[in-house]
Design a protein around this ligand. Structure first.
Ligand code: ZN
Length: 155
């Protein structure tokens, strides 16, 4: 009789332990699911901004691909820009307005001084770089030599 009672107690204890384990697993699973959902939502909502922030820091000292630049605003863009052929050269713009503005003021906006030598260069032929780390402003270079010199000077 005593033995039977003990085993009953033992049984109940086992059941409680099982329940505890189940609760723990459930809580962990739901926490993980919640964290995953938040991460995915964050990525979808702020993915472009995160990438933009990354580009502004990591691309300093590297050549910027034209497709990430607006050659009228001279700014790094959040999204890829459109390539437009004009006067046998390819330019990149974030909008039609920017293209129109550059065409209207071609000598001022398409022809710029090299950031180091001051030589006049066409943005379509230039190497593009960031003026400052963490900022979207772009500058243009005639060749790899001036490009390298600028970033050696401004490390
Ligand atoms: Zn633009």
């Amino acid at each position: 009789m005593k033995k039977k009672k003990l085993s009953k107690q033992q049984l109940r204890k086992n059941q409680i332990n099982k329940d505890k384990k189940f609760n723990r697993i459930t809580i962990i699973s739901f926490s993980l699911l919640f964290i995953m959902a938040i991460s995915i939502l964050t990525f979808y909502n702020f993915g472009c901004d995160t990438r933009f922030l990354y580009h502004k820091w990591v691309w300093y000292g590297n050549e910027i691909p034209g497709e990430w630049a607006c050659m009228n605003d001279d700014n790094l863009q959040l999204h890829k820009t459109s390539k437009v052929a004009y006067k046998n050269n390819d330019y990149y713009f974030c909008s039609q307005n920017c293209f129109n503005h550059l065409v209207k003021n071609f000598s001022k906006f398409a022809i710029v001084p090299d950031a180091i030598s001051g030589d006049s260069i066409n943005k379509a032929d230039a190497l593009i770089g960031l003026r400052e780390k963490g900022k979207p402003e772009l500058i243009y270079f005639k060749n790899k030599q001036t490009f390298k010199r600028y970033y050696e000077k401004n490390k």
